[in-house]
Design a protein around this ligand. Structure first.
Ligand code: MG
Ligand code: ZN
Length: 224
């Protein structure tokens, strides 16, 4: 009997907790023409996430701060079952870390009704200059083979898990790929599924957070 199943969850924000990617939504609404080429470069891994995200936000003047903030808070929808999922992790005493390539000015207010969380890792918006600048407090450690992750999910996983623990990552896109390579259990949707298939990374698909509860519950039951 294995009694050592000791899960820790690392959950992405944009396109995972929220239905859509908020950075993409902000750019589609506010950025001048040409932003899509930067997005395509990020997805095709021709440019690092960190460099690409900085370039995208540098297209936006800081005078639009209020407008951008109210747009993103009104526009974003939380994926079904997220509240129940947070409750489930609390009941099961499973640490739930939010790891996001998103920016603090929308990540924190959107998560607030569901909190408090064990930790929220994300990038930071700096509105002190003429254009929006992004700061990356959770940059890659020296073990990250990718470098330029922005918010480096594998570095965070390395810092907050040991070999006694089972790391579970939940995500949807390119920012979750390096974490998916490292995690014990991957719960994926959308583009992350394509990448997992391409790279033969085992995963469980999800469309909402009821699926995530079921997938983790199944793993908990296997251990009894
Ligand atoms: Mg995402
Ligand atoms: Zn990294």
């Amino acid at each position: 009997m294995n009694t050592t199943f000791n899960p820790v969850i690392f959950c992405d924000f944009d396109g995972t907790i929220t239905m859509k990617d908020n950075i993409i939504n902000i750019m589609a609404k506010f950025a001048p023409e040409g932003w899509e080429a930067i997005k395509d470069d990020i997805l095709a891994q021709r440019v690092s996430i960190q460099k690409g995200v900085s370039e995208l936000f540098s297209l936006l003047p800081t005078t639009q701060k209020e407008e951008i903030m109210s747009f993103v808070l009104e526009d974003a929808k939380i994926r079904e079952g997220f509240g129940e999922f947070v409750q489930f992790t609390r009941e099961q005493n499973i640490p739930l870390y939010i790891v996001s390539g998103g920016i603090d000015f929308f990540v924190h207010p959107m998560l607030e009704p569901f909190g408090p969380f064990d930790r929220i890792y994300c990038n930071e918006g700096d509105f002190s200059g003429e254009q929006i600048q992004i700061r990356y407090p959770y940059d890659c450690d020296e073990h990250c083979t990718n470098q330029g992750c922005g918010c480096c999910k594998p570095s965070i996983i390395r810092q907050y898990t040991d070999e006694q623990q089972t790391s579970i990552i939940i995500g949807d896109s390119i920012t979750d790929l390096e974490a998916a390579k490292l995690a014990d259990i991957v719960i994926a949707r959308d583009f992350l599924i394509e990448k997992c298939e391409e790279l033969n990374i085992p995963y469980s698909p999800f469309t909402n957070f009821h699926d995530c509860i079921r997938i983790i519950e199944n793993r908990l039951n296997v251990q009894i």
